[in-house]
Design a protein around this ligand. Structure first.
Ligand code: SAH
Length: 485
């Protein structure tokens, strides 16, 4: 059966600017064919099973020619795949989306287009430039200034000079001097405000202001590099009222989240909400183990040492058709707040949570309420050294450990680069990252002592959260980011 192709606009860089429809399509993709302009943050929405094919173009180079891209889309669809052709910004705005649509139609491939938020508007917005404003500009014009190597740019400067609206030039960085001269020669005032916006809506966003007379030199001095666009007109002003982005505490930070895929999104969303550019790069995954459950009614205690342990224990109950009420006699203990929350979501009130979230303190807190010879069930990871079991046994308790999951390392199909801060929620995420990105050194924010020790042993700079919760981890991230400034 023939598959289908979706031409999807990924937005200008910030992962939050993909559309709801675009994200839904992406989450169901078998194959993703993407450009260089697609922000790394978008990878959070690409399923791990999907094949990613990078056909990105470097300025001046075309690693994969347009015809080849079209052939690839047709070929994958004919193999029955759900293909997402993911493009920066909007697929039709200087994105050659129409050419791809034509080729797909001609080949009889079912096809849909999902528009995207274009950089032409969004990069300006994020840089504090409203593209129209009743006092300054009543129209906006989007122009390509792409010139073939050494060739002339094909722009009707006379017509543009008469518009009095905002002019936005894409692909214009190399042509910037000729562009400004052309507009001045066509009659625009040399002191017309103009700005270049580099890597708009990402953590590396930069805005350089000038006028038609000065901008080219300023941009060159400050070594502005693509992707960048140029905005010309009275809306280019240094108005503080229009600058909303820089007030966000994590703006300008590229933050890596290394948790397992099913756990990453909650943390990623917290960080995005504070303005960070978040790269989700799962370094571990959970494998459910399937031990035969012992009769639960004979335990006085059930102890949980991680939210994953809770999830896997309940998955086992379901698989083995065991009723949770067989555990009715047991008291329930959790090592920390998030494990406790995972239990409460399942309708189990927790009897004991230690003040300090570790095995030793958990044992102390439990012992205060235990009787000699109590039997204890601990569903936990295959490997888990908490100091909990030994302490309970030393006091005469009968402890059954039940390995319900195993943590395995995962290898993404890409390599994150240029990371400001990397977040680790367990020692295994540290080891997983070190394997996936051999030799990479990062500034690590760690959820607790054990995680921090693993990170320090690799020679990384480490900051530890005040307590082992996601909220505290995010707070530590903010502090570390401010430390910079
Ligand atoms: N379809 C895209 C544009 C593709 S043309 C869109 O709708 O945004 C490529 C040009 O877009 C680049 O040369 C640059 O001028 C502009 N561009 C794309 N992303 C950008 C970004 N994040 N910041 C600034 N300019 C960007």
């Amino acid at each position: 059966m023939t598959g289908k192709v979706w031409l999807v606009g990924a937005g200008p860089g910030d992962a939050g600017l993909i559309t709801v429809k675009g994200k839904a399509v992406l989450e169901a993709a078998d194959v993703v064919v993407h450009d260089r302009l697609v922000g790394d943050g978008i990878r959070a929405f690409i399923p791990t099973w999907a094949r990613c094919i990078d056909v990105g173009k470097e300025a001046g180079h075309h690693p994969v020619p347009q015809e080849k891209i079209q052939q690839l889309l047709i070929q994958e669809a004919r193999r029955g795949q759900r293909v997402v052709r993911l493009k920066g910004g909007d697929p039709f705005l200087f994105g050659r989306g129409a050419e791809e649509l034509e080729a797909l139609k001609a080949a009889g491939i079912p096809c849909e287009v999902v528009p995207g938020v274009t950089s032409a508007v969004a990069a300006a917005t994020y840089a504090g430039i409203p593209v129209t404003h009743r006092d300054y500009a009543s129209s906006v014009h989007i122009i390509t200034a792409h010139a073939k190597a050494g060739g002339e740019i094909n722009i009707n400067f006379k017509a543009l000079a008469q518009l009095e609206g905002t002019l936005v030039f894409l692909m214009g960085l190399t042509a910037l001097p000729r562009l400004c001269q052309g507009l001045i020669a066509a009659g625009m005032f040399p002191d017309t405000p103009a700005a270049v916006i580099e890597r708009g809506t990402t953590a590396r966003q930069r805005r350089v202001d000038g006028t038609l007379a000065t901008l080219a030199e300023k941009a060159q001095k400050q070594q502005v590099a693509p992707p960048a666009l140029i905005v010309v007109g009275q809306v280019v002003q240094p108005k503080q009222e229009w600058n909303w982005l820089e007030a966000l505490p994590l703006f300008g930070q590229r933050v890596l989240v290394t948790r397992a895929e099913d756990k990453a999104e909650e943390l990623a969303a917290m960080l995005r909400a504070l303005g960070a550019e978040v790269l989700v790069f799962p370094c571990i995954a959970t494998q459910l183990l399937e031990p035969v459950l012992p009769p639960l009614s004979c335990y006085n205690w059930a102890v949980f040492t991680s939210p994953t342990g809770v999830d896997c224990f309940f998955a086992l109950l379901k698989k083995q058709r065991v009723d949770i009420r067989t555990l009715a006699l047991a008291k329930v203990a959790a090592v920390g707040a998030s494990t406790g929350a995972a239990l409460e979501r399942r309708g189990l009130r927790v009897d004991v949570v230690p003040e300090v979230y570790d095995g030793v303190h958990l044992a102390e807190a439990m012992l205060a309420q235990m009787n000699q010879g109590d039997s204890v069930l601990i569903p936990r990871a295959e490997k888990g050294a908490l100091g909990l079991v030994d302490r309970l046994r030393a006091k005469g308790m009968i402890v059954d450990e039940l390995p319900v999951y195993r943590t395995v390392y995962t290898q993404g199909n890409w390599q994150p680069t240029d990371i400001d801060l990397a977040l680790f929620t367990s020692a295994s995420t540290v080891h997983g990252f070190a394997r996936a990105c051999l030799g990479a050194k990062v500034r690590a924010i760690c959820i607790g002592k054990q995680t921090a020790a693993a990170a320090k042993s690799l020679g990384w700079k480490v900051k530890v959260a005040q307590e082992a919760t996601l909220a505290a981890l995010v707070k530590a991230t903010e502090e570390e980011a401010n430390h910079d400034n």
